[in-house]
Each structure stands twice: as C-alpha cells, then as structure tokens.
Design a protein around this ligand. Structure first.
Ligand SMILES: CC(C)(COP(=O)(O)OP(=O)(O)OC[C@H]1O[C@@H](n2cnc3c(N)ncnc32)[C@H](O)[C@@H]1OP(=O)(O)O)[C@@H](O)C(=O)NCCC(=O)NCCS
Length: 146
C-alpha cells in the first residue's frame, strides 16, 4: 500500500474526516464521543495525516507543543482495515522528521497499555508508573530526536 503523509489544518475537510476516524477508534470503544469535548484548543496543534492511493485518509496523529523543544504526540490512529501493515510505524517516523524540521528535539506521549509495545519498538522509553486516562491504563513515554 502506497501511503503519502502530509500536514492538514484545523477545520479542513481532512481534519473533520480525521475526527470521525479518531472517534470510531479511540472514543466509541470506551463508550465516549470525541465530539463531547471542546476541540477548539486543537486550532493550535499540528495535524498530520496519511492517505492511500485512493486519497482516503487512513492515518492521523496530532502534536501539541508543551515546551520550547518538546511536542506531545496524541490521538495516533490507523484505520482498522489498514492496521498491521507498517503504516503506523511510517506515520510516527514521518512525524518525527516533521518535528525535527520544525525545530523540536523531544517527543512525549501517553500510550495506552495495550499499545505501549508499538511505541517501544520505535524507541520510545517508558517513564514512571502506570496511570489512568480516559478510564484506561496508560504509560508516559519519551523519545529524544536525533
Ligand atoms: C496502534 C496503531 C496506531 C498501530 O498502527 P499499525 O499500522 O497497526 O502498526 P504497524 O503495522 O506499523 O506496526 C509496527 C510494529 O509495531 C507492532 N505493533 C503494532 N501494534 C502493536 C501493539 N498494540 N502492541 C505491540 N506491538 C504492536 C507491530 O507488530 C510492528 O512490529 P514489527 O516492527 O516487529 O514489525 C493502530 O493499531 C491503531 O490505530 N490502533 C487503534 C488506536 C490506538 O490504540 N491508538 C494508540 C493510542 S495510544
């Protein structure tokens, strides 16, 4: 599958499609809705997407700037039918290059416990104890960019 990655803007058609994907994969399984929360703060975030050859949006993540040199990676999703094919890995690697080109040197994230292995394979290092977020166990992890 040939995927291309790019930035999109808050409020764009692709942003709205990505919200539906995030809601399906990250919120509905927990009995929640993404649209119950105020998405206005995402106006200032960086939004990165992956599209397949048919121009369908199949991958998404966002960055929130939390320090001068550090971004927080959030809302990482790959569409269900596209999972397990290396697209999540490519999305993360693209986002890291994007972060470096934008002048950042560190990424942190809160990984769901069932997905921490995915980030560890990409050299994210766990920090601290397990904690609850959106009702489920998470670990904080960090990667220093080259
Ligand atoms: C987690 C997710 C983004 C991974 O994307 P993906 O495209 O399926 O992952 P990839 O195929 O690129 O996998 C890359 C590597 O990570 C491994 N991996 C994937 N998911 C994993 C998991 N849940 N736990 C441990 N390892 C995992 C793969 O086996 C692969 O290993 P390899 O390097 O030995 O080949 C995707 O499954 C997803 O969207 N899940 C639902 C939403 C979610 O939970 N997001 C994360 C919130 S913190």
């Amino acid at each position: 599958m040939d995927i291309h990655f790019l930035e999109t803007q808050y409020g764009s058609v692709d942003y709205r499609i990505s919200c539906n994907l995030r809601n399906e994969l990250l919120r509905k399984p927990l009995g929640m809705s993404l649209f119950d929360q105020d998405l206005e703060e995402e106006r200032d975030f960086i939004h990165l997407i992956g599209k397949n050859e048919e121009q369908e949006l199949i991958a998404y993540l966002q960055f929130k700037k939390i320090e001068e040199d550090t971004l927080k990676m959030q809302q990482v999703v790959v569409a269900e039918l596209a999972q397990g094919k290396g697209i999540g890995r490519k999305l993360i690697l693209f986002s890291e290059q994007f972060a470096i080109m934008s002048g950042f040197s560190s990424i942190i994230l809160h990984a769901r416990e069932n997905v921490i292995g995915f980030y560890e394979r990409l050299d994210y290092v766990r920090e601290g104890e397990r904690f609850l977020e959106v009702t489920i166990p998470h670990f904080k992890a960090r990667k220093k960019l080259q």
